[in-house]
Design a protein around this ligand. Sequence first.
Ligand code: BDR
Ligand code: CA
Length: 317
Amino acid sequence: MTKILFDTDPGIDDAMALYLLARDPRAELVGITTVFGNASIDTTTRNALALRERFGIHHVPVARGAARALVKPSEGFADFVHGQDGLGDAGTATASSGHDTPDGRAAALFIIEMARRHSGELVLVPVGPLTNIAHALQLDPDLPRHVRGVVLMGGAFGTLGHGGNMSPVAEANIHGDPHAADIVATADWPVTFVGLDVTHQVRMSTAYLDEIGREGGVHGRYLRDITRFYERFYEPRTGGGIYSHDASAVACALDPGLFTLRHGPVRVVTDGIATGQTIQRLPGRPDPSPHWDGLRDQAVCVEVDSERVLREYRALF
Ligand code: BDR
Ligand code: CA
């Protein structure tokens, strides 16, 4: 079992990832923290609470997190990708019973407490802007000693012909808070970047989603319904179907063997035209690179067994 804290901005693919965490017997979900990103913090927190109820994991605390980036001014939310309600405007985004109250602790403090309670065991899986994780590091510089690792959805390293999705070089989660991302990437803990290099390889086709909708019971139907909006956004890029970003990060946290990793320190560009670009120094490079010197190697996913990722996700229904 892998103990996981899920930091999320639900978000349609976030919802799909949470379903994986709720169902996969290899995952022990110890908490959910919310962050702005695909929608405002009010909306992403409401959605996390509604999804928790829908997926029957009421025992998992939901702690509300950051409303804005550490430094970068807000540029609005991705309602053109995830809908006004963050869950595809399918009319399903509200919690219906009494389980709709967040934990009293702020996300960053909750992360610190969980890391200490499960010292040496907890894997953080952030799939939105990295603001909460950076806050936690700022509040508790000892945090890395207690965390087993960070497996995040974010970044674009330009392999396999995949660039960014917010600019030619920047991926949305990193672009949302590049300063936080640089803090997380350069802290002394193992970070795995599950970026667009691999998530663009994990495509759920229209037929795949339809099958889940038809045969996957109430949850399959729900997830297929909320992906209608998302698929319309992605169709010009995918030719039909969606990229499975956040669920790929969860898959990596549960089984890194599905991915090929490349090692080297990572920095994030925090201003200028390349804001949000993730840059890894490759091993054996003779060029002077003081900004990467002295940093620990992090892992970047450069290949994925997408067939297996998709097959294992399908088997959850
Ligand atoms: C990431 O941005 C968000 O739209 C998705 O939820 C995912 O986490 C992909 O770039
Ligand atoms: Ca997300």
